[in-house]
Every structure is written in C-alpha cells, then in structure tokens.
Design a protein around this ligand. Structure first.
Ligand code: URA
Length: 205
C-alpha cells in the first residue's frame, strides 16, 4: 500500500527532499545537532533499514550508521550477502539528540513528539523508494513506523504492518548487541540478528 503522502512527494525527488531536510526545524533537535543526517543508499532499494537516530559519529560525518553500531551492521550484512549500497539506510529521527557530560555527547532517546515530527521525512523516503520490505532496527524505528510502542523482544523476526500499510520486519538495534556484557549471550543474540538479516535477504528483490 502506498503512503498517503505519495501523490504529493512524487513531484519531488529524493535529492530535493534531502536538501529540504537540511534546514528542518520541525522539532528542537536541530538546535544542538551539527547537521541533519538524511538516509542514503539506492533509490531503487527493495529493502529500507530504519534505525533510531544519528549518533556522535554520524552527526559529525553527516551519514547514517558510520559509527560502531554501523560497523557491526555492515559486517553482518556482508556475512549474509546483502550489499549495503543496494539497500537504503535511514533513521526515524534525523538529528542527533544528546546530553553533554563534560566534553562527551551522550546519546539520549528521542521522545514521541520528536519521532512524530520526523515521521514527515520518513514518509517521504518510503513513498519515493517504495521498498518491498522495511526493517525496523529497534524500538524507536518500530514505534515510528507502526505508530505505537512495539515490544521488540516479543515481535523480533516477525513482519508487522506500518500504520500506512508498509510491511515492517521488526528486529533489535545493532547497538543492543554491542551492549550485552556476557560474551555467550552476545554471541547468541548476534546469531538471532543474523537470522533476521537472512529473512530480509530472502524478501529482497
Ligand atoms: N544509531 C542509529 O540508530 N543510527 C545511526 O545512524 C547510528 C547509530
């Protein structure tokens, strides 16, 4: 099913939308972030990965998933044979939200208002790319797409419907894998994530 913004956005291209997003003030997060981090990848992607929000590295480089979580994500995609450049990778929220602790910028979770304000851009990306499958990486992405909180551990690996009818495969965020202290548990969770990525690969055109 096509999002209800599709007719409107067909007039624009992804590059035009990306440029427009550079001056986004839909919520307050633009005030402290370095820049908007818009999605990137293939305009013809059959899979769109949606993560949470840019981290410190992404905020500096202006590209999604280039920090530690992104490197793990890249390694797992390679392991299952998905070429990242043939997919589209974006975030539910496109500005870095953080708290200053000394000189360090500590990631802070986006709230429902920020997720909802940024949904505008995600809808444009979905309508222009029309992916066969969208993958929600973690709770913020799932909430943004489904329109309500999703218990990730209950639904991981399952395909749900977004509130606008897009099929959404739900899984954990790669940073969750990085935070598991016990190596055995970490390994087991990584394996489950790899299985989810294999499901994604099977759904790709
Ligand atoms: N975490 C995310 O959710 N997205 C990024 O781009 C980087 C880290």
């Amino acid at each position: 099913m096509v999002s209800d913004v599709a007719t409107e956005v067909r007039l624009a291209t992804l590059d035009e939308i990306r440029e427009e997003a550079e001056s986004c003030t839909r919520c307050d997060l633009y005030r402290h972030a370095t820049q908007t981090v818009f999605g990137e990848g293939s305009n013809e992607a059959s899979v769109m990965f949606v993560a949470e929000q840019p981290g410190d590295r992404e905020d500096i480089e202006g590209r999604p998933f280039v920090g530690p979580a992104g490197r793990l994500f890249d390694a797992i995609l390679e392991e299952v044979g998905i070429e990242r450049k043939k997919t589209y990778v974006t975030n539910a929220v496109k500005h870095f939200k953080f708290q200053l602790r000394g000189k360090r910028r500590i990631h802070s979770k986006p709230n429902a208002g920020e997720i909802s304000a940024c949904r505008w851009w995600l809808d444009q990306e979905l309508a222009l790319i029309q992916p066969a499958v969208t993958v929600a990486l973690g709770a913020t992405a799932a909430r943004a797409l489904v329109g309500k909180p999703v218990p990730i551990m209950k639904f991981r690996g399952a395909t749900m419907q977004s509130d606008k009818g897009w099929p959404v495969l739900v899984t954990v965020h790669p940073s969750y894998l990085l935070r598991i202290p016990d190596p055995m548990d970490r390994h087991a969770e990584r394996r489950r994530f790899v299985e989810d990525m294999r499901k994604v690969k099977a759904l790709m055109k």
